[in-house]
Design a protein around this ligand. Structure first.
Ligand code: GAL
Length: 346
């Protein structure tokens, strides 16, 4: 395990970067700020490594410019809560709003913008924790969160999440890596497979407003499809979101056992990533808001589709949808979630 000073926050607090290495070409770098993964190096068939995630070159960039949430841990509630409002056990709550009237990714000071504590680290594992106090971004209850990043000998990068609260609260944790398995250029020519026959349609502000079946639509990724192949079709859902930015529902979900969710493959390098998760859904986001105004770690400008997110999670706006799987964590319960990213070459 390798630890170094990565930078200093505007308030003077130091931020360290940790390097994990599985000894088989898979390496990961992560910092305490936002639990951000700054680099994930994955070998191709010839053993040639490439950094497969988008990110910035400096801490200052992550602090000042990370509106895309590059590489970050997201919480207390990933994705959107309509108008920042919900009612829990008869109590109305109004969250910090940061996406028009909506609450996005936990609010303006969500977990992606916090300094996490490193509880333990070794060559293949990093354990992070964060305490989110009662009233944090106006969420109820004190929440203790633990996240573990691990690299396995089987070429997998695993994220385990755990949390406990002292009062009922909604919770939806995810990770916001933008993947580009070639390491540069566009990810729109990657092939994507999603084990999902249904997705949530969205209305104004990308708030879910229904469930649709994928057959016969550009949302059908049940077999491998080039991401860019149908992204410019005149489909109303694609037009409104400027691409893919939708929650897909797993056909087979199991909260106890990571289930197949997605496969992303770069035909040029052969790098292939299987995503398995205990979550019931995945937000597939094709990096639509990347407009060339941000410069990445390699100096390049990031444009739409240069990286794609596969954010395993519960459904957006669940606190306002009793018909969705519940996101409420109650005192005495333990929130647990696991997502596996398994790399191979094809
Ligand atoms: C995604 C979300 C997008 C956008 C992005 C951050 O998770 O689905 O709509 O908000 O984060 O730029």
């Amino acid at each position: 395990m390798n630890r170094r000073l990565y930078g200093t926050l505007p308030d003077g607090r130091p931020v360290h970067e940790y390097t994990l290495d599985n000894g088989r070409g898979l390496t990961l770098r992560a910092i305490e700020y936002g639990g951000i993964i700054t680099e994930l190096n994955v070998p191709d068939a010839k053993g040639q490594g490439a950094n497969v995630i988008l990110g910035f070159a400096t801490l200052d960039d992550y602090v000042a410019r990370n509106d895309p949430y590059f590489g970050a841990l997201v919480g207390r509630y990933a994705n959107r809560i309509a108008n920042g409002r919900f009612t829990l056990d008869g109590e109305p709550y109004l969250l910090a709003q940061n996406d028009g009237p909506n609450s996005l990714h936990g609010g303006p000071r969500g977990f992606s913008r916090r300094l996490w504590t490193v509880d333990a680290a070794n060559d293949t594992e990093l354990r992070l924790s964060l305490v989110s106090e009662d009233g944090d971004e106006h969420f109820p209850g004190r929440l203790e969160v633990k996240v573990r990043y691990a690299l396995t000998a089987e070429q997998a990068f695993v994220i385990d999440y755990e949390a406990r609260a002292d009062a009922p609260t909604p919770i939806n944790l995810t990770h916001h890596n933008y993947f580009n398995l070639r390491g540069s250029g566009s990810a729109l020519d990657h092939e994507l497979t999603l084990a999902c026959s249904r997705f949530l349609t969205t209305g104004p502000g990308l708030i879910p407003n229904g469930i649709a079946a994928v057959p016969g639509t550009p949302f059908d990724f049940r077999g491998p499809q080039r991401i860019g192949a149908r992204i410019c079709e005149g489909d109303a859902q694609l037009l409104a979101a400027h691409g893919y930015d939708h929650c897909f529902i797993l056909d087979a979900a199991d909260a106890q056992r990571p289930m197949p969710c997605a496969t992303l493959r770069d035909p040029a390098s052969g790098r292939t990533m299987d995503v398995l998760t205990t979550e019931p859904a995945v937000q597939f986001y094709s990096g639509n808001f990347l407009d060339g105004s941000l410069r990445g770690s390699g100096g390049q400008a990031y444009r739409q589709g240069d990286g794609v997110c596969l954010e395993t999670q519960h459904y957006p706006d669940s606190p306002n949808h009793p018909e969705y799987p519940s996101t409420v964590l109650r005192p005495g319960e333990t929130y647990k979630s696991t997502t596996v990213h398994r790399f191979r070459t094809t």
